[in-house]
Ligand binder design. Structure first.
Ligand code: V47
Ligand code: SF4
Length: 380
């Protein structure tokens, strides 16, 4: 219930009424929220939506990342991670054996997901990645493989002269289980041209996710916000996702990614404030009424802000990660060596009186930690 002292404008009262009645808000109403609403107002409304969809559960999983390479043929201005092929002194390229060795390090541990994403290397092709997926699956068949962004797919399928559908079927056959949400950035063509002109365009990104959904795969969606875009561009981005989700229902979760400005070509752009970050989460939760989950990616936000985001519509904080990703630490994120034990994740969620639930990638519940005060006997 929204307290009336949070409502300072009659248009806000109308929006609050709609959200409470489970009605979809329009783009204009979303703009009103960005421009006029206080963080308390949107936070309170987002909490209602979050509770309606997920109760008091906060989901996390046990996962690790593999980043096959940071060599990339593209040159996104916000990227602190990629190294050009021609100047790859501090770039890395992992062989299938090296990546399989990383998987084997988790033998005997209750990890459920490997998240594979990296730069777009000109020599790592579709067959190489199919062989990687097969090698992982033959070693650990039950491990869920969430792999490659639409940017990587677009490049590898075009090089292999395959349609998106053919390419995806080929990788599903090899062991692909779902698709992460990266590469979306900002869909508005003008802004996209300014921040990442040369990689897959908006229609290409959306077409790859739609094709994946039609083949029965689930995927995530991200937005890179807090740089040169305006509120209108964030809304345009979310509208395109909401429309696609109406058609396919294949997205699991929306992940707002805060732009970090260290060591990239957009370092002159200041980073957004925490208040602005919390408003982004809350308004996304309100607007994207057909997305079941909203994720705060804690390595990028830092664990305290991730905890705060749970009061602004978020119901998922990704996973244990085990210090296996570099994308954000290289861009200046708080977490330079991201790793949380299950105990730490559970404690962080319980501190704000919410119910920690370990999930698999597709949000099937593995364990509810709410009734288990003695964590020492439940985790690895
Ligand atoms: O697409 C790159 C972002 C994304 C910066 O699906 C940056 O579960 C901020 O999509 N500042 C890749 N962001 C990571 C990604 C992801 C992460 C965690 C979980 C999931 C999931 C997906 O990282 C890129 C880009 O938007 N990124 N550089 C930067 N300087
Ligand atoms: Fe390459 Fe991805 Fe970095 Fe863009 S964001 S330069 S596609 S690694």
């Amino acid at each position: 219930m929204i307290s009336t002292n949070l409502i300072t404008d009659s248009s806000l009262a109308g929006i609050a009424e709609k959200v409470k009645n489970n009605q979809r808000i329009s783009d204009d109403e979303c703009l009103t929220l960005f421009e006029k609403a206080s963080p308390g107002f949107v936070g309170s409304l987002a909490n209602e939506v979050r509770f309606r969809l997920n109760g008091n559960k906060v989901f996390f999983n046990r996962n690790f990342h593999i980043e096959p390479t940071n060599v990339c043929v593209f040159s996104c201005n916000f990227c602190s991670y990629s190294r050009l092929y021609a100047k790859k002194e501090d770039g890395w390229e992992l062989s299938i054996e090296q990546m399989l060795h990383m998987v084997k390090k988790y033998d005997g541990q209750p990890i459920t997901e490997v998240h594979i994403v990296g730069g777009v290397h000109p020599k790592m092709n579709l067959q190489f990645f199919a062989d990687l997926l097969k090698a992982i699956k033959s070693h650990r068949p039950e491990l869920h493989i969430k792999a490659f962004t639409a940017v990587e797919y677009d490049y590898m399928f075009r090089k292999a002269k395959m349609s998106v559908e053919e390419g995806l079927k080929f990788l599903i056959e090899a062991g692909l289980d779902s698709i992460p949400g990266g590469g979306a950035e900002i869909f508005d063509p003008e802004v996209r041209k300014q921040i990442c002109a040369d990689k897959v365009d908006t229609d290409g990104w959306l077409a790859i996710h739609e094709a994946a959904h039609n083949l029965g795969l689930h995927s995530n969606a991200t937005i890179l916000y807090g740089h040169i875009e305006k509120y209108e561009h964030r809304i345009d981005h979310m509208r395109r996702l909401r429309e696609l989700q109406d058609r396919t229902n294949g997205f699991n979760t929306f992940i707002p990614l805060k732009f970090r400005n260290q060591d990239n070509d957009m370092s002159y752009v200041p980073e957004s404030s925490v208040v602005e970050d919390m408003k982004m989460y809350a308004i996304a939760r309100i607007y994207l009424d057909n997305f079941p989950h909203l994720k705060a990616y804690w390595p990028m936000l830092g664990r305290q802000n991730a905890q705060l985001s749970l009061s602004f519509g978020v119901d998922d904080i990704d996973g244990t990660i085990d210090d296996t990703t570099r994308i954000y630490s290289m861009a200046g994120a708080e977490e330079q060596n991201p790793s949380m034990t299950t105990e730490e994740l559970v404690a962080l969620i319980k501190q704000v009186n919410r119910e920690p639930v370990e999930r698999d990638t597709l949000y099937n519940e593995i364990r509810n930690f709410n009734d288990q005060p003695d964590l020492s006997v439940t985790t690895s």
